[in-house]
Design a protein around this ligand. Structure first.
Ligand SMILES: *Cc1c(COP(=O)(O)O)cnc(C)c1O
Length: 224
């Protein structure tokens, strides 16, 4: 087996997260089960995948107490393949997708934790809602009727740029959106508490701006 220093990198990142009380999603996409196993043996339990096919292939090969997070864009017709085991879906960006997750949650007799994905970057290609769209979703009668999803927070990806101020402002905007939604729609529950933001290149800024969950791949597993 190739010698890596996954465990060293994990422990270093965990130490950085600790003062902020944030959690780590180790993004294992494109990496084989053996590397995930190595991270697992170093104590990591939350792993992020962005493709349904890859997640469903890896899940049965690895320990049952792993929390699998689906972090990328999710197509409605693929929800059924992950609904039995997924611990959190980060990329909810439409009522239609949330309805399908609810339906598949019901089929599997469980409640599926979800995050609303917001478009905070300036790049046009990134998926996500704006605040008005999120309000519309949360005020809909369809949403009110859902019993097998739990909206637990927000997720966003900053612009891919060296401009740290720009990235900081985008994260700050997501935190503000989170605060506004919590006040408006979730004031009677503490279930709405996650702000999923920060990747290998920008997680330190994300932590300073209030991230509760960072999604880190290459800084742990190396380049893809
Ligand atoms: C790949 C990916 C990450 C991790 O990216 P790194 O730069 O490797 O840390 C985080 N979030 C999402 C949505 C991703 O697709």
């Amino acid at each position: 087996m190739v010698q890596t220093n996954i465990s060293e990198r994990l422990h270093q990142i965990e130490a950085e997260l600790k003062p902020f009380g944030a959690r780590l999603v180790a993004v294992s996409k494109t990496h084989p089960p053996e590397l995930i196993r190595e991270a697992y043996d170093a104590g990591q339990r939350i792993f992020g995948e962005n493709r349904v096919q890859e997640a469903t292939a890896k899940q049965p090969e690895l320990p049952e107490d792993i929390e699998w997070h689906l972090i990328g864009h999710l197509q409605t017709n693929k929800v059924k393949y992950i609904a039995s085991f997924v611990a959190m879906i980060h990329g909810v960006d439409s009522l239609k997708l949330l309805q399908e997750i609810d339906k598949q949650g019901a089929r599997n007799n469980r409640v599926i934790p979800c995050l609303l994905q917001f478009h905070i970057a300036s790049e046009e290609t990134k998926f996500g809602l704006n605040e008005a769209e999120a309000r519309e979703l949360l005020e809909s009668k369809e949403y009110a009727a859902m019993r097998h999803i739990s909206v637990q927070g927000v997720m966003g990806m900053a612009s891919f740029t060296d401009d740290k101020n720009k990235v900081r402002n985008e994260f700050r905007h997501l935190k503000q959106t989170f605060d506004t939604l919590r006040q408006g729609y979730f004031s009677n529950t503490d279930a709405f508490r996650e702000i999923s933001m920060g990747m290998s290149g920008d997680y330190r800024i994300a932590l300073e701006e209030g991230s509760t969950m960072v999604r880190i791949g290459s800084a742990i597993f190396g380049q893809r």
